[in-house]
Design a protein around this ligand. Sequence first.
Ligand SMILES: [Zn+2]
Length: 309
Amino acid sequence: MNWIKKTLRFGEKIKKIIRERASKDEIANSDWTSCCKGPILKKDLEDNLMVCPSCNKHHRINPRSRFDIVFGKNNYDVLETPIPQDDPLKWNDSKPYTERLNSARKKTGMSCGIMVVKTNIKNINLTAIASDFNFIGGSIGAAEGEAFLYGIQNAIENQQPFVVFTSGGGMRMMESLISLSQMTRTTLAINELKKNNLPYIVVLTDPTAGGITASYAMLGDIHLAEPGALIAFAGARVIQGTVREELPDGFQRSEYVEKTGFVDLIVERKDLREKIGTLLSILLKKNSAINTTINETTEDSRTLTKAAS
Ligand SMILES: [Zn+2]
């Protein structure tokens, strides 16, 4: 029976290793994170816009960092959006939904998972929104739907383009049908934006999935994506289990999705500001109500004009 004793001892060792592993909070509060070459200082990543200098992985960032990078620090105003009643279905799974909401708010400093700002790029005023993946996986509930609609309303009232940075796993199951109805609401709001001939640019960031992909993330005039972002509806394992076929390399990543036509351009984080600015200039020039001047002679502009047409 020696082997039983040995197995038990081995089990104890494994338990000890698991116990000694850093907790999620400890990792979040540490100066270090990890990428392709092992540990890397968060500061070094931040200095490079949270993009790994070795493998070019675009690490996830929160809305404020996103706006700082694309629109410039202190070059945007955060708009306060209406917050509907919390937890309308009194949802309780492994813990109450209200508890999840409270800890998400504490963690992110946001009242819901979407931040709305008014800002400008290349002298073009615009409304932009971004989701925070740390807010219950960037999922969409009634409050996020309200924030989206508030953003579009602001864009229409001020006759401005609307730019969305997507991120999230889909609709929020704790709000069941109420969250699913946000797919319809956001789609109808986008139709209103389009009736006003206002540009709608979507920037797909890692990860964009589920009902987000099935609604507002795929309705842009232009779809940009950061390199390597997961862009999917259902998960790869679910698809593989259904079709019973080996899925191709890079399945559901930006580069693959670009080939299948759902993404127009893959843009590195450092180039987003320039590309969005040029695209908006091109799109607004098409709209006779708003005149902007652009230099269309560069190769870059020609490529973007092609993407915009
Ligand atoms: Zn890396």
